[in-house]
Design a binder for this molecule. Sequence first.
Ligand SMILES: [Zn+2]
Length: 67
Amino acid sequence: MTKCPNCKKELTRPRKTWKWSQFTVQAYSCGNCATHFREYFKTGKHSFTLKRAKKSGRRFVKVHFRD
Ligand SMILES: [Zn+2]
């Protein structure tokens, strides 16, 4: 369970999950505002979130995101 960094909608399930280096990555697509973002976890703890930048499409930017 996480929240969209853009509109704060609660999202229950990641679209995709994979391992990247020592991180576990969970990819989400917000059904409310269509924001794509990825959450990075290290040893079970949330480390940081990347949000897709709207203009460039493929680039991801780090967002500071706390409840
Ligand atoms: Zn959203």
